[in-house]
Design a protein around this ligand. Structure first.
Ligand code: FES
Ligand SMILES: [Fe+2]
Length: 408
C-alpha cells in the first residue's frame, strides 16, 4: 500500500487522492478494471435486443440483452477510430452501425460487417468491441467486471448482501423508475462515495434546513445507530429513528413482516435510515418511503456524473411506488432538497483541495465510542461516532491501486 496516499496507522488520507490526474488514471487501470461495477437494473430490459448506455469507470459501455436472454457488456467505442457506436440512451437493436464509417457490430459486441472491399487477411473476429470479462446479476442488479480473475459477484458483495437483500426484496424483486436522473458533480467521485456510506456527521450541519422544517426523525446517538464496513470496502450507515412513527410506508413494512417476506430484524432496520456504498461507486439511500440507487461515474479528477433512479418493490401497490418516486424527486434528484445541499458542499471541497500543497492530509482519526463494536449484524460494526468505515473504504482503495500493473 502506498502510505503516502492512505496511512492506516496515522488515520490520514492525502489530498492528492482527490486531485491528482496520475492517481485518477491509476485507479481506472486498477480499481475500475478489477472491481464489479453496477451498470443497470433488470427492470430496464423488457425484450430481447433491449440495450442501455452506461459507464464502466470512464469507459462508455453498452449493456445489451441478446437473443438468448444473456446480458452482454462492451465498450460503446468503435474499434476502428473510436467513434461512439450507439448514440441512443436506450432502445432495442440487433446490431449497431457506427456512424463514422459504418462498421456493423452485433449486440454481443462482435464485428459482423465492414462496408468496403477489404483484403483477404482482414480478420473481423479480431476487431470486436472491447468486452467485459464477466457479467453477473444479483437480485436484479446487473454488474460487470473487466477482470477475468475477479471473484464471483456474490463473494465480492460479501456481508453487504444481507443489507442489500432488505432493500431488494428477496421474494418479488424490484424495479427502477423510468428514465435516469443525471447531474454533473464538480468533485472527485470518491467524495460522494465516501460520504454516502460513512458520513452521518455532515447531516446535522449541511442539511440543517430539514431539521428546521421539522422533517428529521433520526437519532445518531441511539444504541441502534451504527456503521458497517466489510473487507471489500463496502460501507453502510444505519441511523435509528428518534420516534417510531407509523406512516403509509411503515405499515407496508409491517404487512411484509406479517407475510414473512422480511424478518423481524429486517423490519426493524427498515424503519431506520440506511445509506450504503458498494465499493467502488454504487450507492443507495433509503428512508422509510424513499429509496434511491445511484452511481458516481468518474469523468475526471474533479468531475463526476451522478446517475440515479428511484427503486421500489416490483409488486408494491401503485400508491407505494408513487410515494417513493415523489420522495426521491423531492429529496435526491438534481433539484432535490438534500442533493442540492451536498452538491454545493462537495464542489467547494474539491476547489479547496486543488489549492492545497501536495503534502496536505485529511483527518480520519475520529473514534469516539471505540468500545461499542460488533453488533449482532453481518460485517464489522462500530458506533456512528467513528471514521472507521470511511477509512476502511480508503484502505481497500489503496490496496487495489498499489497493484498498478493490474494484478489483483
Ligand atoms: S470509427 Fe467506427 S467505423 Fe470508423
Ligand atoms: Fe448529505
Amino acid at each position: 500500500m502506498d502510505k503516502r496516499l492512505v496511512d492506516i496507522h496515522d488515520r490520514t488520507v492525502s489530498g492528492r487522492v482527490f486531485t491528482d490526474p496520475d492517481i485518477f488514471a491509476r485507479e481506472q487501470a486498477t480499481v475500475f478494471s478489477q472491481s464489479w461495477l453496477y451498470l443497470g437494473h433488470r427492470s430496464q430490459f423488457k425484450e430481447k435486443g433491449d440495450f442501455i448506455q452506461a459507464y464502466a469507470g470512464t469507459m462508455p459501455v453498452l449493456l445489451c440483452l441478446d437473443g438468448e436472454g444473456g446480458f452482454n457488456v462492451f465498450a460503446n467505442v468503435c474499434s476502428h477510430r473510436a467513434a461512439r457506436v450507439c448514440q441512443q440512451e436506450y432502445g432495442n437493436a440487433r446490431k449497431f452501425v457506427c456512424p463514422y464509417h459504418n462498421w456493423v457490430f452485433d449486440n454481443k459486441g462482435d464485428l459482423i460487417g465492414v462496408p468496403r472491399r477489404h483484403s483477404p487477411e482482414f480478420d473481423k473476429s479480431k476487431w470486436g468491441l472491447c468486452k467485459a470479462a464477466q457479467v453477473s446479476v444479483y437480485r436484479d442488479l446487473i454488474f460487470c467486471t473487466f477482470s477475468p480473475a475477479a471473484a464471483p459477484l456474490e463473494d465480492y458483495l460479501g456481508d453487504m448482501k444481507w443489507y442489500l437483500d432488505m432493500l431488494l426484496d428477496c421474494n418479488g424483486g424490484t424495479e427502477v423508475s423510468k428514465g435516469t436522473h443525471r447531474s454533473t458533480v464538480h468533485c472527485n467521485w470518491k467524495i460522494p462515495a465516501e460520504q454516502f456510506g460513512s458520513d452521518n456527521w455532515h447531516f446535522q450541519a449541511v442539511h440543517c434546513s430539514m431539521g428546521k422544517l421539522g422533517r428529521r426523525n433520526e437519532d445518531p446517538n441511539s444504541e441502534d445507530s451504527f456503521h458497517v464496513w466489510t473487507d471489500q470496502g463496502h460501507i453502510l450507515i444505519c441511523i435509528a429513528p428518534k420516534q417510531e412513527v407509523d406512516t403509509t410506508y411503515t405499515l407496508y413494512l409491517d404487512k411484509l413482516a406479517a407475510e414473512q417476506r422480511i424478518s423481524e430484524a429486517q423490519r426493524k432496520l427498515l424503519r431506520c435510515t440506511l445509506v450504503i456504498t458498494i465499493f467502488p461507486n454504487l450507492s443507495f439511500v433509503y428512508f422509510p418511503g424513499l429509496c434511491s440507487i445511484r452511481v458516481w461515474n468518474p469523468r475526471s479528477p474533479d468531475q463526476t456524473e451522478l446517475w440515479s433512479w428511484a427503486l421500489y418493490h416490483k409488486d408494491a401497490p401503485e400508491q407505494i411506488k408513487d410515494l417513493v418516486r415523489k420522495q426521491v424527486t423531492r429529496l435526491f434528484s438534481p433539484t432535490g432538497m438534500l442533493e442540492q445541499d451536498d452538491l454545493e458542499v462537495w464542489s467547494r471541497l474539491a476547489d479547496n483541495l486543488k489549492g492545497m500543497p501536495p503534502d496536505f492530509r485529511l483527518c480520519y482519526e475520529f473514534d469516539a465510542d471505540p468500545e461499542i463494536k460488533n453488533r449482532p449484524f453481518p460485517g464489522h460494526t462500530a458506533s456512528l461516532q467513528s471514521d472507521i468505515a470511511a477509512l476502511a473504504f480508503y484502505k481497500r482503495w489503496a490496496e487495489i491501486i498499489a497493484h498498478a500493473d493490474g494484478t489483483p
